[in-house]
Design a protein around this ligand. Structure first.
Ligand SMILES: Cc1cc2nc3c(=O)[nH]c(=O)nc-3n(C[C@H](O)[C@H](O)[C@H](O)COP(=O)(O)O)c2cc1C
Length: 204
């Protein structure tokens, strides 16, 4: 089954390495992940005063993420943390209080950098937000993609053959299985609860 995946990229740069990694992930999992890149560059800065009458960009973003079966964050690291533009998107999606569009959605986090530690700091700050947002985050494989550069990609913009592409392929497959496991477990639990309720009614 193809799951709808909202991909949120934490870079606005046209030639973003992370955006190209995100595109490669979509390509590698083919028909089983129905990926959409959700744009975040136009989101006005989160301000609780606007919750009563939200900007249409916030509404559009919330609807797009809300319609997804899972969320994939692909981001650079800025000054050892989450880029502001991504943190803003996370804040926008998380509110109004009690109406977070991230709630219960399975997630995975990929960070890519030309540096050697592959955005580790950013990756774990995103993970920390996901814990608070009640998103089951895939544990393995972790994806701190270091030493990524323009040379990592072929002419069509996707990752060249090699260990990086293999890791990303493994990740894409694992994420599909993760999303499936979360959704099927919930479905089975719901069926079980309905069955138990039915039996309780019969014996009442
Ligand atoms: C404001 C700023 C802060 C940065 N801080 C880090 C950092 O903490 N760690 C790191 O590995 N790279 C850092 N970089 C370099 C980025 O990893 C690099 O510019 C990368 O290409 C950005 O991702 P993108 O290509 O997807 O836009 C920083 C870049 C900028 C513009």
């Amino acid at each position: 089954m193809a799951y709808k995946i909202a991909i949120i990229v934490g870079s606005l740069r046209k030639e973003s390495l992370n955006r190209r990694v995100a595109r490669s992930i979509c390509g590698l999992r083919g028909d089983n992940l129905d990926c959409s890149m959700i744009e975040i560059g136009d989101l006005p800065l989160y301000n609780q005063d606007l919750d009563a009458d939200p900007p249409e960009q916030w509404t559009r973003f919330r609807q797009q993420v809300g319609a997804a079966d899972g969320v994939l964050f692909v981001s650079p690291e800025y000054n050892r943390g989450i880029p502001g533009v991504l943190k803003n998107a996370i804040d926008v999606g998380s509110r109004p209080y009690g109406q977070s569009v991230f709630d219960k959605k399975p997630a995975a986090i990929v960070t890519a950098s030309p540096g050697s530690i592959g955005g580790f700091g950013s990756n774990h700050q995103i993970r920390q937000a996901c814990v608070f947002l009640n998103m089951p985050v895939m544990q393995q494989p972790e994806a701190y993609l270091g030493h990524v550069s323009d040379d990592s990609f072929g002419e069509e913009g996707c990752l060249k053959e090699g260990p990086l592409k293999e890791l990303v392929k493994t990740l894409a497959h694992a994420f599909h299985d993760w999303v499936e496991m979360i959704h099927r477990s919930r479905q089975l639990l719901a069926e079980d609860a309905a069955h138990t309720a039915e039996r309780a009614k019969e014996h009442a």
